[in-house]
Ligand binder design. Structure first.
Ligand code: HXC
Length: 260
């Protein structure tokens, strides 16, 4: 599919999605959100792709938020629809059955921070800036931020960031567990690719089931979550890759996983 506001590149078995609206620091309008969803579906259906990296085109912004010019004159109904669209797209990112790494290369504000939150792993450039500035614009976070941010960094810290609209740098984001690692700007994408390749060297179905167990388990009570884990753990034993992984260990050789 041809995209206007994003670039979807494929490199070996890796997909790289770049949000690309330089004139608005990669801010998200309806069209861009729909293109992100289409790209996620494309990655989902492409059996040659094992992982997705999301980043921003250019060297200034990951995504500077939802498009404020577009939102300025929305009615309550239109605002809700826009929020629902963003939620749907970011839930598709979160539920993609392949690992998603956000390589946060600059401003990740509002909807940009929320896109990073929907990713599995967040890596940041030293130049990255995170924040949920929505209340300074008279709105709440609306693409999942009020729910995913407290789940990732804890309720107190999430409330402070959301209520104050304060931006934080990459080091502070690292300190509070919002990002997994911080890298110099010039090596961020390469490090993201390296991490994706490390993950892809493992049994793909086991990675997929681990993601499902974590995502589903985080939304429920511990007993139900452990039951989800047990089911998915059991399912692993119906895969070729479990036999291969354990046989390779026993015979002191490298496993060759086939995603079956
Ligand atoms: C529309 C945006 C934009 C945005 C930047 N631009 N962010 N346009 N929506 N979110 C545009 C600017 O208007 C400007 O256009 C161009 O990009 C460059 O931005 P500057 O402000 O000139 O750059 P700079 O001075 O370096 O400041 C960078 C910045 C600032 C600190 C990131 O742009 C900024 O504060 N942006 C808004 C960030 C924000 O509040 N995001 C949250 C949005 S609410 P021109 O035409 O003048 O060159 C949100 C809600 C999500 O995300 C949920 C919705 C349901």
């Amino acid at each position: 599919m041809a995209y206007k506001n994003i670039i979807l590149e494929k490199e070996d078995s890796l997909a790289i999605l770049k949000v690309n609206r330089p004139q608005a620091l990669n801010a998200l309008n309806n069209e861009t959100l729909r293109e992100i969803k289409a790209a996620v579906m494309e990655v989902k259906d492409d059996e040659t792709v094992g992982a997705l990296i999301i980043t921003g085109a250019g060297d200034k912004a990951f995504v500077a938020g939802a498009d404020i010019s577009f939102m300025e004159n929305l009615s309550a109904v239109e605002g809700r629809d826009f929020g629902l669209l963003g939620q749907d797209v970011f839930t598709a990112v979160e539920n993609l059955e392949k690992p998603v790494i956000a390589a946060v290369n600059g401003f990740a504000l509002g909807g940009g921070c929320e896109l990073a939150l929907a990713s599995d792993i967040r890596l940041a450039s030293q130049k990255a800036v995170f924040g949920q500035p929505e209340v300074s614009l008279g709105i709440t976070p609306g693409f999942g931020g009020t729910q995913r941010l407290p789940r990732i960094i804890g309720e107190g810290r999430a409330k402070e960031l959301i209520f104050s609209a304060r931006s934080i740098d990459a080091q502070e984001a690292y300190r509070i567990g919002l990002v997994n690692q911080v890298y110099p700007p010039e090596s961020l994408l390469e490090e993201a690719k390296k991490m994706a390749r490390t993950i892809m060297a493992n049994a793909p179905l086991a990675v997929r089931f681990s993601k499902a167990a974590i995502n589903k388990g985080m939304q429920t009570d511990i007993d139900s979550a452990l039951a989800i884990e047990a089911d998915l753990f059991g399912l692993c034993f119906s895969t070729q890759d479990q036999k291969e992984g354990m046989n390779a260990f026993v015979n002191k050789r490298k496993p060759a996983f086939i995603c079956q």
